[in-house]
Design a protein around this ligand. Structure first.
Ligand code: C2E
Ligand code: MG
Ligand code: MG
Length: 600
């Protein structure tokens, strides 16, 4: 370890140096305060220092204060070694930022012991810094480290137009499947091996690009890479000082190739692929986060286009990424700012035209943008986890509203409310408790609440979903399979999850009149419902022909623009008041007239 001796007395310096060299230290000397400061602030300067108090140019106290004011500089352990020995002097030295204080004449043994203590502190400091900047599993740099380095590149790029760099965002395809099927320990092993292979791909990639560019020595020294793990199965690569986009693409291709050969995990061969997004500095970034966000967006595009491939972020994608960032930011505060609304679409009995209940459909009143439909924000809330809070809010709101209507418009059969629940919401360990709480607080009868789930949500952790659904059934809540027929329809789910309602997807209803195949699917679903004793609701009914056909096929319930578009709570109250009588039956017998006409 290097030690600085800042001492103006040459003979004291000489003696100190001899002692320290014998104790195994490297020694750097400074004869005045200014030189000491310069030495300590230099890159790779000593981190242990013995400071005299009274020195020319700058005294020891000032050196101490200067060093402590440089927050970004690595920690320097400073020991005063001075003839100023009063209690006040010691206090002043420590107050200026020194770690220790020794007075002359000094005892060499004591000096060495104090230096060792300093070394221990510095080691601890290094460990803490290392841990804060590295991923404990793969020992790779983590997100903070990566963003820090990327920020340096971005600043450098702003100063030097020809300085080019690239960010690769690598995500393992279907990593969750490996993790779920082989267990977390195997997943960890896989990630460690992936990290090694990615590291290899970058090193190879760089040496190749250098060989190509081997026309100048300066070029040969170009191109370094940092591999980081951002968490989960997400890795990032920073390619510094590249020549052009091709360098980034070469590394991405190498990653694709290298990752495809099997990994050996617990004696078992595991095959994976990766999707990579590339962002290039030529886009002109002002912040590291934006560049990382673009690489992430490009990676998502690679996934959407079929995985096991790479995509480069282009200006259109860049604009999309900026919009998305703003959307995320706006969404984060939307709940607090009370910007979500719930609309309700009536569900109608095709037998007697009676309104039996409503589906709650969320909307977002986004300032400057107007009313945003779920497709414009639900996927983002699912990605960010905001769906949990928002979903709970919708549930609470719908239940509260249902109770108001059931009180306001009493009938022999109370209305029901159906609330959509995303797969992400099922990850909440306390979902059942929360729903129970909402039911209790709002005074909703459990059997009047229907939770709409989709088929896709049952893939993955089926056991867990089955357990939660069973607990919800015990609570008395009804379960409804939404968009039935569009997903991974497995008939075994119907029994396993003991569903109460099936909703025929709009795509079948919309062309059942003209397309015999769709009509057959509708018939099959209706028969299935009858045989299993499950209620069936046809979604997206828009025309009188569809109503008649559904009635002739024995479909009991329907929902769609033909009856009413989703309307806000006052619209519902208005409709129910208009319908007047105690059974809230739609007027004019059958075919049923659109109620939306009368309330708009
Ligand atoms: P969904 O649950 O299948 O809801 C039915 C969608 O079809 C609604 O779209 C509704 O407005 C629309 N629709 C109803 N009748 C007709 C019709 O006759 N013709 C046509 N063309 N469309 C009709 P919306 O409100 O845009 O909701 C879309 C999806 O967003 C919903 O599909 C649901 O999956 C999701 N969603 C809505 N609200 C929530 C929520 O609070 N939580 C969650 N997790 N998802 C929600
Ligand atoms: Mg639904
Ligand atoms: Mg649906």
């Amino acid at each position: 370890m290097k030690v600085l001796i800042a001492e103006d007395d040459a003979s004291v310096r000489h003696l100190l140096k001899k002692t320290l060299l014998r104790a195994g230290y490297d020694v750097v000397e400074a004869a005045d305060g200014r030189a000491a400061l310069k030495c300590l602030l230099s890159a790779d300067g000593p981190r242990l220092a013995l400071l005299d108090w009274l020195m020319p140019e700058l005294d020891g106290l000032s050196v101490c204060r200067e060093i402590r004011s440089c927050a970004k500089h690595p920690y320097v352990y400073m020991i005063f070694l001075t003839s100023k020995s009063s209690k006040e002097d010691v206090a002043a030295g420590l107050a200026a930022g020194a770690d220790d204080y020794l007075t002359k004449p000094y005892n060499p043994q004591e000096l060495k012991a104090r230096l060792r203590a300093g070394e221990r502190i510095l080691k601890l400091e290094d460990t803490l810094i290392h841990d804060a900047l590295h991923d404990p599993l793969t020992h790779l740099p983590n997100r903070s480290f990566f963003l820090d380095r990327l920020s340096l590149c971005v600043s450098r790029g702003k100063r030097h137009a020809d300085y080019k760099f690239a960010v690769l965002f690598v995500d393992i395809d279907r990593f969750r499947v490996v993790n779920d099927s082989l267990g977390n320990a195997a997943g960890d092993q896989l990630l460690t091996q992936v990290a090694e292979r990615l590291g290899g791909s970058i090193r190879q990639g760089i040496s190749t690009s250098r060989a190509i560019a081997a026309c100048a020595t300066e070029r040969q020294q170009r191109g370094g890479g940092i591999l980081a793990r951002l968490g989960g199965d997400k890795f990032t690569v920073l390619l510094e000082d590249i020549q052009n986009a091709a360098d980034g693409i070469r590394v991405a291709e190498r990653i694709q190739r290298n990752i495809q050969s099997p990994f050996l995990i617990d004696g078992q061969e595991v095959f994976i692929t990766a999707s990579t997004g590339i962002a290039l500095s030529s886009t002109g970034y002002s912040a590291a986060e934006n560049m990382l966000g673009d690489a992430f967006a490009a990676m998502n595009r690679a996934k959407a286009l079929g995985k096991a491939r790479y995509e480069i972020c282009d200006p259109v994608m860049h604009a999309a990424a900026v919009d998305r960032l703003r959307l995320e930011t706006d969404l984060r505060g939307a709940l607090e700012r009370d910007e979500f609304r719930v609309c309700y679409q009536p569900i109608v009995s095709l037998g007697d035209g009676r309104i039996t209940g409503f589906e709650a459909l969320v909307r977002w009143q986004r300032p400057e943008f107007g009313l945003v439909m779920p497709s414009g924000f639900i996927p983002v809330t699912e990605d960010t986890g905001l769906i949990l809070e928002m979903g709970n809010w919708v549930l609470g709101e719908a239940c509260r509203q249902l109770c108001v209507w059931n009180r306001q418009f009493p009938s022999d059969r109370s209305f029901t409310v159906a609330v959509n629940v995303s797969a992400r919401q099922f990850v909440q360990p306390d979902l059942v408790d929360r729903i129970a709480q909402i039911l209790y607080e709002s005074g909703t009868e459990p059997f009047n609440l229907r939770l709409e789930i989709t088929e896709s949500m049952t893939i993955g952790d089926e056991e867990r979903v089955a357990r939660i659904l069973a607990e919800l059934k015990v609570l008395g809540v009804r379960l409804c399979m939404d968009d039935f027929g569009t997903g991974y329809s497995s008939l075994s789910y119907l029994r396993r999850f003991s569903l109460d309602v099936l909703k025929i997807d709009r795509s079948f209803v919309s062309d059942m009149v003209s397309n015999t195949e769709s009509c057959e699917i509708v018939k099959t679903i209706l028969r299935l419902g009858r045989n299993l004793g499950i209620e069936v609701v046809a979604e997206g009914v828009e025309t009188a022909e569809q109503v008649s056909l559904l009635q002739s096929l024995g479909c009991e319930y329907a929902q769609g623009y033909y009856f009413s578009e989703p309307i806000d709570e006052s619209g519902v109250a208005q409709t129910l008041s208009l319908l007047g009588a105690s059974d809230y039956t739609l007027p004019n017998g059958l075919p049923i007239q659109s109620v939306s006409l009368s309330v708009k």
